[in-house]
Design a protein around this ligand. Structure first.
Ligand SMILES: Nc1ncnc2c1ncn2[C@@H]1O[C@H](COP(=O)(O)OP(=O)(O)OP(=O)(O)O)[C@@H](O)[C@H]1O
Length: 447
């Protein structure tokens, strides 16, 4: 093959123009097994050989994710750090072996591919990473860096590769005369452009972009995003765009998937998701975007508490332990407002967010003096008794802590763990308010 003269696409005949998704995930799950703490995880069982076994814990990084990515679109994947976004991206590209589930690319199950087919599919799916510094070999020249994937896939001859590398430099907004420079001569934004050129050198159809602009100055981010947008049209690209920053996601995405602790909790077209968010987690994320108004303190509805460990994630809805809208357990009768008060009381006890007070003060503070009646009321009274300081003189700190813990356990076991949010994993298709797409929300409020 000679130099590329007829445009930048290498194999237009392989462009995916069929109906249906380019990529489809069915129940994709990725657990990492890790040994639990030394000795703590050792089990001694004389009935087995060897009698000592090591308890393995599983980090449930991605759990049962099903979604599709359509040809030509940008699907944004957003969520707090550690929620499993990168793991999902890497599992899609088979850089990690899925624990369970299937990944279909252009209708083919990736697990069934081998030999030439697998090789071609691998070049069709590329990834760019957050840190343009460490992903570029400082000893190599920019031209070599861009040509490397073409060489690995046996594309073009030396002359053709050089011509294409220079073409690509121009396409990503760099000077082709810088072909012989080393990466250190470039700024962060320029280095990310080099990464783009390298990923595009093999003419992929699908690119996983893992936080590609997070390490860049905000002023540079938009420029790189705009270039990525232009290249998407020219190269016929489909992006899975991973970011924790909602403004970046809003800039680049057509549809947005929100991830929390290994689950997709909401997925909708961009406008629908930003204007009509349905999942309490999405709402909390949107509300925590800093507002550029100095009079706002930015602390509206901000997410409370820590993300639980993915080693032992909550049952049902994984967000329920932090959710301000946890659903009332059906096992009790609740009069208007009683559940909201009880839920707030339960959270305050769990966080120990108030100083010890008398039972009467607690009833007044949390229940306007009228705690719920019936069985729910008995549980509430029992919890109040546990932490109330009535008649107590100088309880030891340890005893005090035990009392709060006992009250927390009682309330969580009696109420939170009985909620449908704890008992069933939610999944609902909703009617969107905007656009004609679909709107998925994993929240039982849509029951
Ligand atoms: N190789 C590994 N072995 C064990 N646990 C891992 C491994 N890789 C990731 N994890 C864990 O899996 C979970 C998901 O991590 P992942 O990096 O996918 O999240 P993320 O949303 O991309 O976060 P970030 O934006 O911080 O990269 C985390 O709890 C992480 O500690």
């Amino acid at each position: 093959m000679g130099a590329v003269s007829s445009g930048i696409r290498l194999d237009e005949e392989h462009t995916y123009d069929r109906e249906g998704p380019l990529l489809e995930l069915e129940g994709v799950t990725k657990y990492f097994s890790q040994e639990s703490g030394l000795l703590a995880g050792m089990q001694f069982d004389p009935g087995t050989f060897p009698p000592i076994s090591v308890d393995r814990e599983h980090v449930e990084a991605v759990d049962d994710v099903s979604l599709e990515v359509r040809p030509g679109e940008t699907l944004g994947l957003v969520g707090e750090s550690g929620c499993g976004k990168s793991t999902l991206g890497r599992t899609i590209l088979r850089l990690l072996e899925p624990t369970e589930g299937d990944i279909y690319f252009k209708g083919e199950n990736l697990a069934d591919l081998s030999g030439e087919e697998l090789r071609r599919t691998r070049s069709d799916m590329q990834m760019i990473f957050q840190d343009p510094q460490s992903s570029l070999d400082p000893r190599m020249k920019v031209g070599q860096i861009i040509e490397e994937p073409m060489r690995a896939h046996g594309l073009l001859d030396d002359e053709g590769r050089e011509a294409r590398a220079k073409d690509l430099l121009e396409k990503v907004g760099l000077d082709p005369r810088h072909y012989n420079r080393h990466p250190h001569a470039f700024s962060g934004g320029q280095r990310q452009r080099i990464n783009l050129a390298r990923a595009l050198s093999v003419d992929p159809d699908f690119v996983v972009c893992d936080e590609p602009v997070s390490a860049l100055d905000v002023s540079i981010q938009a420029q790189v995003l705009n270039t990525m947008d232009e290249l998407q049209d020219e190269f016929g690209l489909t992006y899975l765009f991973i970011a924790h920053d909602l403004s970046v996601i809003r800039h680049i995405s057509d549809r947005v998937a929100v991830m929390y602790l290994g689950h997709i909790v909401e997925l909708a077209e961009k406008e629908e998701l930003f204007e009509n968010p349905q999942h309490p987690y999405t709402r909390a994320l949107l509300e925590s975007i800093p507002v550029p108004d100095p009079r706002e303190d930015g602390a509206r509805g901000v997410l409370e508490g820590e993300v639980p460990s993915p080693v032992d994630p909550p049952s049902g809805c994984r967000f329920r332990t932090r959710c301000p809208r946890l659903i009332a357990p059906d096992a009790y009768d609740w009069a208007d407002g009683e559940w909201a008060q009880t839920r707030a009381f339960m959270r305050a006890i769990k966080r120990r967010s108030f100083e010890s007070m008398s039972a009467a003060e607690m009833r007044r503070e949390f229940f306007d003096g009228r705690p719920p009646g019936g069985e729910a009321g008995s549980v509430v009274e029992e919890a109040i008794d546990l932490v109330a300081n009535d008649g107590e003189t100088d309880r030891e700190a340890d005893d005090e802590a035990d009392c709060w813990e006992a009250a927390t356990d009682l309330l969580l076991d009696s109420f939170a763990e009985q909620s449908v949010c704890a008992r069933e994993r939610p999944a609902y298709e909703l009617e969107p308010e905007r656009g004609d797409g679909t709107h998925f929300s994993a929240c039982h409020l849509h029951r």
